[in-house]
Each structure stands twice: as C-alpha cells, then as structure tokens.
Design a protein around this ligand. Structure first.
Ligand code: ADP
Length: 665
C-alpha cells in the first residue's frame, strides 16, 4: 500500500484490473481522503454524478440531505475505529431523483498504520429498498388487518375457525378456545378428536371438509353437542372453502353460532303461536256460544215480551172475571165478607147484612153476625170460623140464622177461603154466603116424606115379618120343599127390606137431627153371635169366618151397632164375588172394642176411601150393584154418636177392610 498523502494515489496495473473488476460488480466506485472531506474521484455509473477531480462538496452533492447526519456519524465511527465504513442511505441520484445505495469503504493504511485513503464501492439498492419499504408497508397493513380481524373474531360470541385439508385447526378464535377450555398453543395444529370432539362429530366435519374440497361449495348445518360450561347446546354452522390464486381449495373456514336460545325462542314462538291458535279457536267457540246465547236471550226477550202481553191479557181477563164474578155474586144473590185475621176488621156487603136481618146501611160486626145464628149452630159455626182463620181449616158450613129486624129463619150456606198476605203478617178470610132456605125446606120436606113413608112401611112390614116367621116355624114339618124354600126366601127378603127401611128411617132421622142412641149394657160377643146367625140365615153365597170373640160388656145402642155390623157385612157380600171369603173379627182392649169386616172383593181406589162415608156417595164402578149410598153414611153417624171412629182400608182389586171402634167409657 502507498503512503497516505493529500494527492491521489496513482493506480498500479493491478489496481487497474482490480478497479475494472470492481466496476463490473458494483454500481459506484469512489475514493476519499482520510478524513472524508474530499472525494478524490467518483465513478457514478449514471447512478450518481461523477466526480473527476477532488470534490470537497461531495456530501451535499451526493448524500440526500436528510441522511447526512447518519452518514457523518457512520463516517466518524469508521474513522475513529479505523474500521470498514458500511451503510445504507439515500443519495441524490444523477437524474435528480432520490435513490438508495449500499456503500462500503475500506481504509487504506500506510506503514505506520495511519489511514491514507478510503476506497469505497456503492451499489444502487433503490429498487430493493423500495420493495422493502412497500413490503414493510404491506406488513403494517396486514398487521393492522390482522389486529382488526382478531378484535372482531375475539369479540364475537360466534365460533370461528379454519381447518387445513388434513382436518387440523389452523385458527380458532377466543370464543372457540374458551368453549374448548384450551389455549391457542394447545389447540392449534390439532385435529377434531384431539380438541375434544366426539367421534361421530369429528367424522361428520371431516366428511364435510372432504366434500368442500371436492365441490368448492359451502355447507351449512345444525348440530347439538355439549359446551364446556353451558351444557348441551344447539349450533348453526357454515363451512366455507378458502381458495388459492389458482382457484384450488386450500383450507376450510367455519363460523358456528350458538342458536340454542334462538331455537328455544323459535320453539316458544311456535308454542305461543299454537296457543294463540288454540285461544283463537276457543275465542271462536266462545263467540259462537255468545252468539247463540245472545240469540237465546233475544228469544227469551221475545218470550218475555209475549209473556208480558199474556200477563196483561190475563190481568185484563182477571179484571173482567172479577167484574163477572161480582155480577155473578150479585146475580146469585150471594152475600160476601172479608175478615182481617189480626184486626178482625169485618167488611160485608148489603146482601150479607140482609141475610142476617140487618138494614143495608147498618154497621154489622162479626160478633153481631154470629149472634143471629141459632143456638144449635152458633158454637159449631164460631169454631169452624176460628179454625179457618187461624188454622187454615176448611170452611163450608150450613146453619140457621134468625134475622135481627125481620125475625125470619133462614138456612145459610157459607163458603170461605183464607188468603195469606205476601208479608205473612196477616191473612184475609173472604167468602160468600148464600140463602139455601128454600132448598133446605125442600130437603126437609123430602126427608120428612121419606121418614113418614119408611115409618108407614115399617108397620105392615113388621107384622108381615112376624107372620112369615110364624109360617116358617109351622112349615118345618111340611114335606113340600118348594113351599119351605119359598117361605124361607120370603123371610130373608123381608129381613132385607126391613134393614133397608130401617136405613131410610135412620137417614131421615139423621137429617132431622133426630137420630138418638139408647144405651144399655150388653156383651159384645153376643152381638157378634147374633150377627153370625143372621148372616148364616141370609147369605148362602159366601164363605164366612167369624173369629172367636172374647166377651166384653159394653154400654151402647145394641140395635144400632148391630145395624152397622149388618151393613158392613151386607156390603162385603155385595162387592165381592160369590164363594169368596168374608172374615169378621171383634177384639177389645181396656179402651175400646174394634170390629172389622174383611172381604176379597173388588176393592176401592185409595182416593175414594175418605168419601165413602158421605151421604149418597157411591163409587163410580158399582153401577150394576143396587144401593143408595146411605148405608156407610148412617153407619158412620151411628159410630160417631157413640164417640167412636170408622174407616176403610183397601186397594182397587185387592179386597177391603172396614173397621169401627167404640170406646168402652
Ligand atoms: P151402597 O148402598 O151403595 O152400598 P154404602 O153407603 O153402603 O152404599 O156404600 C157406599 C159405597 O161404598 C158403595 O156404593 C160402594 O161403592 C162402596 N163400598 C162399600 N163397601 C164396599 C166393599 N166392601 N167393597 C167395595 N166397595 C164398597
């Protein structure tokens, strides 16, 4: 090496060759004085401006001003350390633009080791530098994008992942790692099974990845599997192909969304839609019901209107009937009255006053009205009246009054009716009174006539009966059967006729209130025995059973009780078939004797039973059987006169039992 000096160093032949080599391999060749203040020469090769003479201003000429400081620092360092200068920096290009150069300069030393010269090479690295810069920029952008994506993928609850074609995860977002409960390092590069997927699930995705690779199209599906913390969930996933520049599938990216709740919502939505539908149907049904009940209400309304009209009509009719009733009452010449059960206020019309012999405008109290009743009926009517007003008893009474002013005897029949006030506080007792004097007189006349006829008939009948009995006794030895039979039949018929006439006589006496009982002591067993004998004589058609009777003395009208028994037996015979059985019994205890006659005859309907003892009452169905309907009436009156009771027990077609009791004291 040459000694360093301020002059340019003459190049040797070797140097020339060396430089030629350098020029061939480098863009720029330069040399500088030891402290870099003067550039001896520079072969710019079109990249930098050449310097053919020592150039002290080379720095400003060649170095880009912004890099000057850096270049000087590097120079200073190289000088101080006597080391190789090596630096990439910008330069002012020969064409006026800015370029990049990689510059290296080696110090050349003299024998004392001092730097005599710097010899440098610089290459144009502008293109590489620019490429590097744009690469760095792209990296920045990529980095930026990656951060953005990372933010997006880690911020979403959706699961995001990328598979390579060997089914390994090359990417998994935070949500997916969380779900697995794994870190990135644990999970990435692993397959499905390794990341905890069940066999079937892993195989399913592997098949899908294969299919995407082949077809290049996406796959969407739903799958349910257990989450690390949330339990069994439902997922909706989409797998997409990732293509390279030549359109080949190089990976498969996927997004999975937990749709458990959406599914539940959908389910609930479906359920509530169904409920809604059901409710709708119910509503429709209710609506229909409402409509029909509406129609019913309308119909009822119409009915009500009709009923109202009917009511008005009825009211009208009642008014008319009331008027008609009043007219009828007037026409019938009825007297009417009203009694207030609490105040005993007594309102009467003029006709009633007239019937009691009062003047029409004269006041009449209830007591005054009763005072006019004849003694034999006074208590009876008063009792019936009180009983009707306070016990709602029946009130149909016939009695006689003597008129106050006219002193006329009148037969009156009063019929009354008790009506409770809706408040229940009192009752109104109203009724009509009719004058039946004329009918009564007529009845009395008939009755008297009947009594007279019976009486008149009785006298010859008694002697007829006596003659017949005599004849019967005398004919007992007679061999002529016909005569004997004729006589005995005559005795029987006369006996029947006597009974009948006695019945009429008793009836007429009853009507005239003249029937009397003449009591005497006798043994009831004897009375039954007499009856038995009479029956044996009179009736051969039926079978009789007379129960044994204990003797019991009784104080009563023997004849009349005998009449009652005969009547009951006679009826039993009349109303039962021949050959049937008739049973007569008589029992006694310390209070009373009781006589019953039981038959197997036609029987009597229950509702008829109480009416049998009324006068002239005959049951409808017995028209073929003769009778007057007075036998039971007379019998019951006789029993009553003895203070006893009489009744019948029967059912139609089942026979009857007639019973009476007579008290012993
Ligand atoms: P009659 O003269 O009609 O028999 P009664 O006063 O003796 O009148 O009886 C009244 C009615 O009672 C009879 O017409 C008959 O219908 C009914 N009757 C009385 N006794 C009997 C009986 N043993 N069996 C059926 N019906 C009877």
């Amino acid at each position: 090496m040459n000694k360093p000096s301020g002059k340019p160093h003459p190049a040797s032949t070797n140097d020339e060759r060396f430089k030629a080599l350098l020029k061939a391999t480098s863009d720029v060749v330069y040399s500088l004085n030891p402290d870099w203040s003067i550039m001896y020469e520079l072969d710019g090769r079109g990249f930098l401006l050449d310097a053919n003479k020592p150039t002290p201003e080379w720095k400003t000429r060649n170095v880009y001003h912004e890099d000057l400081e850096m270049v000087e620092a590097a120079i200073a360092y190289a000088i101080a350390n006597k080391s190789i200068f090596q630096l990439e920096h910008r330069v002012n290009r020969a064409d006026g633009g800015i370029g990049w150069t990689f510059s290296r300069a080696v110090p050349i030393f003299d024998s004392e080791g001092e730097i005599t010269e710097w010899f440098g090479l610089a290459s144009d690295i502008t293109e590489r530098k620019l490429a590097e810069q744009s690469l760095a920029q792209s990296r920045d952008i990529l980095e930026q994008q990656k951060r953005t994506y990372e933010t997006i993928t880690s911020g979403t609850p959706d699961l995001m992942y990328v598979f390579d074609l060997d089914y390994r995860f090359t990417y998994a977002n935070t949500a997916l790692l969380n779900m697995w409960g794994k870190t990135w390092d644990d999970a990435i590069g692993k397959g499905l099974i390794e990341n905890g997927y069940e066999q079937w699930h892993a195989e399913m995705h592997e098949r899908e990845i294969d299919s995407i690779r082949e077809t290049g199209s996406s796959i969407r599906g739903e799958v349910a599997f257990p989450h690390a913390t949330l339990g069994r969930r439902l997922y909706d996933y989409i797998l997409n192909p990732v293509f390279n520049e030549s359109g080949e599938v190089i990976a498969v990216s996927g997004t999975t969304r937990d749709v458990t709740e959406r599914d539940q919502w959908e389910q609930r939505l479906k359920e509530s839609a169904e409920r809604l539908q059901a409710m709708n149907e119910e509503f429709a049904a209710i609506n229909e019901e409402l409509t029909s009940s509406n129609e019913q209400i309308l119909a009822t309304n119409e009915d009500l209107t009709a009923a109202n009209e009917a009511l008005l009509d009825a009211k009208h009719t009642i008014e008319e009937s009331k008027q008609a009733l009043r007219l009828a009452i007037d026409a019938a010449n009825f007297g009417t009255w009203y009694i207030h059960s609490v105040t005993r206020e007594f309102i009467t019309d003029a006709r009633l006053k007239e019937l009691h012999g009062y003047y029409p405008d004269e006041p009449l109290t209830i007591e005054q009205a009763i005072a006019q009743i004849t003694d034999e009926y006074k208590d009876y009517v008063s009792q019936k009246l009180e009983n009707a007003i306070y016990n709602n008893g029946d009130y149909d009474v016939t009695y006689t009054v003597i008129g106050l002013h006219d002193q006329r005897l009148r037969w009156l029949r009063a019929i009354g009716n008790l009506k409770s006030d809706p408040s229940g506080a009192f009752s109104a007792f109203t009724g009509v009174v009719m004058d039946i004097t004329e009918q009564k007189m007529e009845d009395i006349r008939k009755n008297d006539f009947m009594g007279m006829v019976s009486h008149e008939l009785k006298t010859p009948l008694t002697s007829l009966s006596a003659y017949l009995q005599l004849l019967e006794m005398r004919s007992q030895g007679n061999t002529d059967q016909v005569i004997r039979r004729a006589i005995s039949q005559s005795v029987k018929q006369t006996k029947r006729m006597t009974d009948m006439i006695n019945g009429f006589l008793d009836f007429s006496r009853l009507e005239a209130a003249q029937l009397e009982v003449s009591r005497s002591d006798f043994d009831i067993a004897n009375l039954i025995k007499d009856a038995q004998e009479e029956v044996t004589m009179l009736y051969s058609t039926h079978r009789f059973i007379f129960e044994p009777v204990e003797s019991q003395v009784i104080n009563a009208d023997k004849g009349k009780l005998g009449q009652v028994i005969a009547n009951l037996i006679g009826n039993a015979v009349k109303y039962s078939a021949p050959d049937s059985m008739i049973q007569v019994s008589c029992t006694s205890n310390q209070d009373e004797i009781k006589v019953s006659v039981k038959d197997q005859g036609i029987g009597i309907r229950k509702e008829e039973l109480p009416k049998l003892f009324e006068r002239f009452y005959r049951v409808d169905n017995n028209n073929l059987i003769s009778g007057f309907g007075i036998g039971l009436y007379v019998s019951s009156e006789i029993v009553k006169l003895h203070g006893g009771k009489i009744w019948a027990e029967s059912n139609l077609g089942e026979g009857s039992v007639f019973t009476f009791t007579i008290p012993l004291k």
